[in-house]
Design a protein around this ligand. Structure first.
Ligand code: 5GP
Ligand code: MG
Length: 178
């Protein structure tokens, strides 16, 4: 599909499934190389990162575990800039090698809130992997260790990312038409 209509907006094809999978494999290759002999705990931030987490985990060769967390900071097409809640993180992460998984890093507010919550529990190490990064949207500086693709400051949907709850099921990624 070259175009999709979701709710009240039209989106056009931006990244094909094959390009997304290539980016996922490139991140997995780096993690496989960096975590040899280690047993990392993957912590995807719901909802957006569920598809990325699933595809990435299938490519990992190390012994790894998974624990989802949830935060809310985004409504409609503009970031609210305020992270309101964090749900999950029942695992004891003390001494663990934690890899936080994000679908996309935009303003950086989500990670800026989440990272200190992890650091205070004394993990052995903590890194961030994101499928997509909008470097021009950064409002607060955040550490991002693995980036699949850098993209411009446009609103996108698909592959786990939504517009008002719709579009998460799309295999490709689409950008909003202005
Ligand atoms: P940040 O806190 O860095 O501004 O944004 C983080 C979260 O906002 C992402 O995990 C994602 O859920 C959401 N987000 C940021 N940019 C986009 C976008 O272009 N499209 C969608 N659907 N969500 C986005
Ligand atoms: Mg997200």
């Amino acid at each position: 599909m070259q175009q999709v209509v979701l709710h009240d907006r039209t989106f056009r094809l931006y990244l094909k499934e094959s390009q997304i999978q290539q980016a996922v494999k490139a991140i997995a290759a780096q993690i496989n190389n960096d975590y040899i002999g280690k047993s990392p705990l993957l912590v995807p931030i719901l909802n957006g990162s569920f598809m990325f987490a699933a595809d990435l985990m299938k490519q990992l060769q190390c012994d790894c575990q998974l624990s989802f967390i949830k935060v809310a900071s985004y409504q409609g097409t503009e970031t609210a800039g305020v992270v309101s809640s964090l749900i999950g993180l029942s695992e004891n992460i003390e001494g663990r090698h934690v890899i936080i998984l994000e679908d996309i890093v935009d303003s950086g507010h989500t990670l800026a809130k989440v990272i200190p919550l992890f650091s205070s529990s004394n993990p052995a190490s903590m890194r961030v992997a994101t499928l997509l990064h909008k470097p021009n949207a950064a409002k607060v500086p955040v550490q991002v260790d693995y980036v699949g693709l850098e993209i411009p400051n446009d609103f996108i949907v698909g592959y786990g990312l939504d517009y008002n709850g719709y579009g998460r099921n799309l295999k490709d990624i689409y950008v909003v038409e202005n």
